[in-house]
Each structure stands twice: as C-alpha cells, then as structure tokens.
Design a binder for this molecule. Structure first.
Ligand code: ATP
Length: 432
C-alpha cells in the first residue's frame, strides 16, 4: 500500500448530511461533537462511502475510530436516550434510538492464519483498516471530524474504480484469505451493473477451490445475500458461468429457464419473494440425494432445507402430474406433505402445461378444499367417531375435489350411502 492520500476534499460530507433522516442527523451530530471533545477522528467507512459516491439512497452509517469506541458509544446512547450493544468479537458497538442506528467500530488490522479461517484481529490505524477490506470500492473512508473533516481516504483508488465501474480486490491473495469474497464480488457486480476487473477475475477463477475452506454458514450467508438482491438471477447466471456454483457443490447449477422462473416469481405479485421460493427453484434441478448434500454443505435452516429438498422431490413427480388421468384428489394426496413454497417453485418452473395447471389449481384452490360436513354433523347423521369417521371425511373431501359432491346435500347422501353399505370407503392407501 502506498502513502495514504489525504488530499482529496470531497462534497460527500454534505451529501451524507442531506441524505440522513432527522434522527440519524442528530445522532451523527452528537457522536461527532463528543469525538471532537475527545480530540479523536472518526470516519465513515465501507459501503456507506461507496453508496454516497454512487448517490444510492439511504446509506449505512458505519463509523470507525482509532482505538476503543465503547465509551464513546455509551456517551452517545446516554445523550440520545438510546440503547447500545457491544459485539466484542468484532470490536464494534451498535447504538440505536428514535429514528437512528449507528455502528461504531474500532479500526483494526486482520491476519489470516489459514485460508478461510476467521482472521486474527488487532487494533490498528484507519489505513490498515482499509487495507483489510474486500474491494477497492469498499475500501474508502470519509473523515467526519477533526482537521481532515470532509476529506476522503482512498488508498486503493476506489473512486477511480467506481468511475470505471469495476470490482477489484486489493491484493493477489484476497480470495485465498477469504473466499466468501468470490460471492461478494458477484453480488456487487450484479447490484451495480459493474464488471469484475480482469485481473481480479483471473484470481477469482484461480481461487475457486478455496470456497471449500469456507464453512456452510458463511457460504449460505453470502448466497442468501445474493438472493436478496433485486435481480438475483443475474448474479446466479454469472456464478454458473464462472464455476462458482459448482465450486460450492458439484450438483448446484443455474440456467436460463431458472432465470425466467425467478423473474416470474417476482412478477407474480410477490414484491420480494422469500428466499425459500428461490431455494425451491434451485432445488428443482437437484436429485433428492444431491438436495440433501447441498443442505449439508450450506448448513441450511429447517425451513430452507424443506424448501430445497421438497422441491427436489416434487420435481420427480412432474411426469406423473402431466398425465391427464390424474384426479385432483390424487394430486392433493401427493402434494400435501410438501411446503407450498416448493409447490410454487415447481409451478413457476415447469414447461409441462398439464402439470403446471394442476399445481396452480392446487395452490389456488384444491389445497383449501374441505367438506361442508364436519365431525359433529357426521355424528348427527349416525357416524361414530374414530377411524371410520376419518375415512368418511376423506371420502367427502375426495368427492368434493373430484366434483362428485357439489353441495352439502350431495355429501349427506354420500354419508347415507356409506351407512347403508352402498358406498365403499377408500382404503388407507393412496388410490392412484
Ligand atoms: P451492503 O451494501 O450489501 O450492505 P456493505 O458494503 O455494507 O454491503 P457489509 O457486508 O455490510 O457490506 O460489510 C461492510 C464492509 O465491511 C464492506 O463494505 C467491506 O469494506 C467490509 N467487508 C465485509 N465483508 C468483508 C470480507 N469478507 N472481506 C473483507 N472486507 C469485508
């Protein structure tokens, strides 16, 4: 790293002030006044500076100071009547109150003992703090107070890279130290419509295998952040192209058809689909055994796992669902064990129109069908509670779904038929 260039005055500080709500402005004023009283410098860092430069709406106020920040955070919380929470492992303190949230961190340097391990951390200067970061566009600091107030620390020419619209690592070992940066690079490329700079791209490809050094939880975290972007399919297509998905798990893949289904998922009135729906779509491309392996690799939560594995299982049913002779009651019986998000995923994806129609009917209608008669009404007709009654209820539901009973009276007649021995109850097994 060369000498830090402190000679770049910017208009970012006024821009920051203009962009903050009333609560956040007051919080920032208080923290800066207290810091000035202590004679210490504070900096806005990371994504906040980048987003100011890019003029992207609301910015995160991540503030870094050299040395301990806990007592400063406590004072800010006391003046503003807010709460503070210390995250000691990271040397950060969050102060929250009416209309603001402020993250204060101690400037630190990091050393990676082995690839993928969490780094060893020590207090450091702001320059060293910037040097530990992932990309040049995230490695800038805006001095918020003191002599240099309003000046930009930009030792890696992040501003130049913003102008060139590229994502660039700070050094050649960056992806080896922390391969989650591979997914982060794709995320920023996707979000800002930037490109991963040429040398960085070569390093990324060279170091794909280091994704193996990253724990399931950390890969999952970054993958979910990619899924939370406005157009995640763009990033996933890029991950596919670069071999990132296969490096996470050899069976994971993404294609144009899935990309279309992702877009459909958003158009279908779900402003931001739950990650489970996207995971379900990814699951449709996996065999059940691979879905289980991916679940393990990504250490998925129970809900996420259900979405992925159920979609993989359901995808196997698509040929059966395409058969025209399959009745609604049979569809309900087969689909009921699966979460709706997985059914939804299959419906969004499949190009088999008969199957898609059945899945849509299931989601919009069949799933909710219940007989008009309940247990009490059946008792009044002379049905005894117990397995027999469950059988009658199933018969009624089947008749409703398949259009054999359309009214309460139809149901009463069916029950009377059963009691008179004229109608047989379905067996315990599925009837397909
Ligand atoms: P977003 O806008 O998506 O919240 P961000 O830039 O704020 O992105 P965070 O993940 O919140 O990113 O991290 C905050 C900052 O911490 C980043 O801007 C970057 O400087 C640094 N950082 C985060 N993760 C890493 C990493 N894996 N390696 C190096 N630096 C990182």
């Amino acid at each position: 790293m060369g000498e830090i260039d402190l000679t770049k005055p910017t208009n970012l500080l006024p821009r920051l002030r203009r962009g903050l709500g009333a609560g956040a402005t007051e919080a920032l004023e208080v923290v800066l006044r207290l810091a000035e009283e202590e004679g210490r410098a504070l900096y806005l860092v990371g994504g906040g500076v980048r987003d100011l430069a890019l003029r992207r709406g609301q910015v995160d106020v991540d503030v870094v100071g050299e040395g301990q920040v806990l007592s400063l955070a406590q004072k800010v919380a006391a003046v503003l009547g807010g709460r503070w929470v210390e995250h000691r492992a990271f040397g950060t303190v969050t102060v929250e109150g009416q209309g603001f949230r402020l993250d204060l961190a101690m400037a630190r340097a990091e050393r990676y003992a082995q690839p993928g391990a969490l780094p060893k951390v020590r207090p450091a200067s702001i320059g060293e703090d910037l040097a530990r970061r992932d990309f040049t566009i995230n490695a800038m600091a805006l001095a918020l107070c003191g002599r240099q107030s309003g000046q930009l620390l930009d030792p890696f020419d992040g501003m130049g890279d913003i102008a060139r619209r590229v994502v660039r690592v700070l050094h050649e070992r960056s992806f080896i130290d922390d391969a989650t940066r591979i997914l982060r690079a794709v995320r920023y490329e996707t979000r800002f419509s930037f490109s991963i700079e040429e040398e960085t791209l070569a390093l990324l490809k060279r170091d794909l295998a280091y994704l193996d050094t990253i724990s399931g939880a950390r890969v999952r975290h970054e993958l979910l952040r990619l899924l939370a972007e406005d157009r995640p399919e763009k990033g996933l297509l890029r991950c596919q192209e670069l071999g990132v998905l296969a490096a996470i798990h050899r069976a994971l893949r993404f294609d144009d058809e899935l990309a279309t289904a992702f877009r459909r998922a958003r158009r279908a009135g779900r402003a931001s689909p739950q990650p489970e729906l996207y995971l379900g779509l990814l699951g449709t491309r996996l065999s059940p055994a691979d879905a289980e392996a991916v679940t393990l690799r990504l250490a998925l939560s129970k809900r996420q796992r259900q979405a992925l594995e159920a979609a993989a299982a359901l995808a196997q049913l698509l040929p059966w669902l395409s058969r025209p002779d399959v009745r609604p009651s049979q569809v309900v019986e087969r689909l009921e064990p699966y979460p709706l998000s997985a059914v939804d995923a299959c419906a969004l994806l499949t190009s088999r129109s008969t199957a898609r129609e059945k899945l849509r009917h299931y989601l919009e209608n069949w799933y909710y069908v219940k007989p008009s008669l309940d247990g009490r009404a059946l008792e009044r007709l002379g049905v005894v509670r117990g397995p027999g009654m469950r059988g009658v209820l199933r018969l009624l539901k089947t008749a409703r779904l398949d259009g054999e009973a359309r009214s309460r009276q139809d149901e009463v007649e069916l029950v009377q038929g059963v009691l008179a021995g004229k109608v047989e109850l379905p067996g315990a097994e599925s009837s397909d």
